[in-house]
Design a protein. Structure first.
Length: 106
């Protein structure tokens, strides 16, 4: 069951020198959270997708909400690859279920 699930990872580095840049940064970040992304690290967010088609739709949503300046990168990996992430220092602190157990099928 793990094989079909994907993760969309968004990495961003946005300028915050001016008030309008800070506003765009906050809108982009809050938009990611509203769309169900979870923060892995500062400026690194991820979201679980059911399949490659859903991952493509998630990525299109990020493209539509991009700010005018900065750097935004996206990467899609399988849930199996994501689960093999190695923590070199520190550990994961989350009480949010962010794997396929979170999925509810009606």
């Amino acid at each position: 069951m793990n094989g079909r699930f994907m993760r969309v990872i968004v990495f961003f580095d946005l300028p915050v020198s001016t008030l309008s840049e800070r506003r765009e940064y906050n809108q982009f970040r809050k938009g990611l959270l509203k769309d169900g992304f979870l923060m892995l690290q500062e400026s690194v967010y991820c979201k679980l997708a059911l399949n490659p088609t859903a991952a493509h739709a998630i990525m299109e949503g990020v493209r539509e909400k991009k700010p005018s300046n900065g750097l935004i990168q996206m990467l899609v990996i399988t849930e199996k690859q994501f689960s093999r992430m190695e923590f070199v220092l520190g550990e994961r602190h989350s009480q949010i279920i962010d794997n396929e157990e979170r999925l509810i099928i009606l």
